[in-house]
Design a protein around this ligand. Structure first.
Ligand code: PLP
Length: 414
């Protein structure tokens, strides 16, 4: 069970709303920092462990800056994400550039910042070289493909995924880079997403350590780091359990000892690119009930919509809902909580048991700290909301203003 508690009560939130009207996102900075420290601490046994926060999850420099202070870098996949990292003061090898189908200008910017470049395809070797030059350190993204090719039962079949190089291409790619005089190498993979079973990550790590040994034996390359990507899930539902980071870390350590240490390939740096598990549980979409509607079902209409938080409408994802001030009320009513888009999937919750709702109630939608605001859009003429930071001292700072009508019209010829 993961208890869904809020870092604010109704009184506090009502004060915030006086200054910043709903809908808005609010992030709990202290909880994000604590969580970042927990992850780093879990891997304190590793020769060097670094988390590169996936910028796409919460692309706000204020978040990136707070994470940088905790020793976390940035995982970027586009020119603008690189610029966001730069704005947060993150540069050089604190940036991992894990992109795919990459435009030349993105590689140029990544090289300018001295980011670690993680190539998604063997054809990107000459593309990178001719557009931005070959760096001293290079990483490739591995796609383990179908099981019979050395994949692994627990991970499944990443052969349908567009990412990465095949096993054969991977070995060829390192050999090509070796011939070009590159001396520093890393290897990356990311085969799972929003996964709560730590054994998947342990299996992935184990597979990657085997690969590091194989690359050493075939090419004589001593890998500098392995990047396991992101994908650690979060307990969106109250009955789900968060990933036990200590268990995860112990499992990876035993594979490390068995494969890396035993083959004299220690020290090997371990990297991750988690987004969701870092900020996800510590961000909330706050919205106010505008209407109640009773037809064949009972609807609660709020002032946020799917354009603010796409996950429920897009994936049918569960996001827990708390009605402020009614935390202890019985869940005696069943509602669909909906937004105002002219799309019938614009629903934050379907058949949700909630306390009796009234117009004016303030609702917090949980676990919206990653892939939330970031996936917002302007459909139906909806504007993106503000983002606020609840600071460790209890004050609230606006870290992104809401979009205005002028913003919307600024790209149009009118
Ligand atoms: C999306 C993504 C991540 C982060 O995934 P989370 O599920 O947020 O942890 C990390 N690396 C790459 C390459 C990604 O595409």
């Amino acid at each position: 069970m993961s208890e869904k508690v809020l870092p604010f009560n109704k009184e506090k939130l009502s004060q915030v709303i006086e200054q910043y009207p709903t809908p808005f996102y609010i992030y709990d900075e202290e909880a994000i920092r604590d969580n970042a420290r927990r992850l780093i601490k879990a891997f304190s046994w590793a020769p060097e462990f670094k988390e590169y926060f996936a910028v796409k999850a919460t692309p706000n420099p204020s978040i990136l800056k707070a994470l940088k202070e905790e020793g976390i870098g940035a995982d970027c996949s586009s020119l603008l994400e690189l610029m966001l990292a730069e704005k947060a003061g993150i540069s050089g090898e604190e940036i991992m550039f894990t992109s795919n189908d990459t435009p030349a200008e993105d590689f140029i910017k990544a090289r300018e910042l001295g980011a670690i470049i993680n190539l998604d395809d063997i054809t990107h070797i000459p593309f990178l070289e001719s557009n931005a030059g070959t760096p001293d350190l290079i990483c490739f993204r591995y796609n383990p493909g179908p099981l019979q090719e050395g994949g692994n039962a627990i991970i499944g079949n990443p052969e349908d995924s567009k990412y990465g190089l095949t096993r054969k291409q991977l070995l060829d790619a390192y050999s090509i880079m070796q011939a070009k005089g590159v001396k520093r190498f890393g290897v990356h993979t990311m085969v799972i997403s929003n996964e709560l079973d730590p054994n998947y990550f342990i299996e992935t790590a184990s597979m990657m350590f085997d690969l590091v040994v194989e690359i050493y034996k075939t090419l004589g390359i001593k890998m500098e780091f392995v990047n396991f990507g992101g994908g650690i899930g979060i307990p969106y539902k109250p009955e789900q359990e968060a990933v036990d980071l200590e268990y995860l870390s112990r499992g990876i350590k035993s594979a490390y000892d068995e494969k890396i240490v035993a083959n004299n390939l220690h020290p090997l740096k371990l990297y991750m690119e988690c987004g969701r598990m870092i900020t996800g549980p510590y961000g909330y979409l706050v919205t106010t009930v505008m209407h109640k509607k009773e037809i064949y079902k009972n609807y609660v209409g709020v002032d946020a919509c799917m354009a603010n938080l796409m996950r429920p409408g897009m994936y049918g994802a569960y996001h827990h809902i708390t009605v402020l001030g009614k935390e202890d009320w019985p869940l005696g009513y069943i509602y669909d909580v909906v937004g105002s888009l002219c799309e019938n999937n614009d629903k934050f919750a379907i058949n949700r048991k909630l306390p009796m709702m009234e117009i004016g109630d303030i609702i917090a939608i949980h676990d919206a700290g990653a892939h939330g605001h970031a996936m917002g859009f302007n459909y139906n003429g909806k504007l993106r909301s503000a983002e606020l930071m609840l600071k460790p001292d209890g004050t609230v700072e606006m870290i992104r203003r809401s979009e205005t009508i002028e913003d919307y019209f600024s790209t149009l010829n009118t």
